[in-house]
Design a protein around this ligand. Structure first.
Ligand SMILES: [Fe+2]
Ligand SMILES: [Fe+2]
Length: 177
């Protein structure tokens, strides 16, 4: 009956032992360095998505595309919010968010894009969202139960990217008419 109590004492002792590790305790099962490096790729992905959507927002504004630019801007804001959440999680794990512009495109899972016509821009966004959906699904599977907090965050991002992909698919059929 006192076993649970003893466990609590042990947990407390271990938590106090390594205060410098912040949110990471001895019950953390994942390979922390590996998770940080994967999260830095996600951070690069979200940053590239932010920049691409912002570029599309300003470009679409120039070609008077009735409401399309608002959608680009909203997505840019969502991706920036994702990037911030990922950066925060990296610091919780004791890592350092890599926002170095050098190598950003290489670390990212998705591309920045070069499309100039509205339809091409939307296609690029749709492709990027579909890649993010595929890679984030992989990350969720890889994390399993080893880091539930990071997994939950990636799952939330994944849900949003699915909405984004849906938005872009609808937009694409709208501009093709
Ligand atoms: Fe995102
Ligand atoms: Fe997205």
């Amino acid at each position: 009956m006192n076993t649970f109590r003893a466990d609590i004492e042990e947990i407390r002792r271990r938590a106090l032992e390594k205060m410098d590790d912040g949110a990471v305790t001895a019950s953390y099962k994942a390979d922390r360095e590996k998770v940080i490096s994967v999260l830095n790729e996600v951070l690069a992905t979200e940053t590239v998505c932010t920049l691409r959507y912002r570029n599309h927002y300003f470009t679409a504004k120039g070609i008077h595309s009735s409401g399309v630019e608002d959608e680009f801007l909203q997505h840019a804001k969502d991706e920036q919010e994702h990037a911030d959440r990922v950066a925060k999680r990296i610091t919780e794990l004791g890592g350092r968010p890599n926002l170095d512009p050098e190598g950003l495109a290489t670390r990212s899972h998705v591309q920045y894009g070069t499309g100039e016509a509205l339809e091409d821009m939307i296609k690029e966004d749709l492709i990027a969202e579909r890649i993010a959906i595929a890679t984030y699904s992989e990350i969720v599977r890889w994390l399993g139960n080893d880091d539930p907090t990071t997994r939950r965050m990636i799952e939330e991002l994944l849900g949003k990217e699915e909405e984004h992909a849906d938005d872009m698919a609808k937009l694409l059929s709208r501009v093709r008419k």
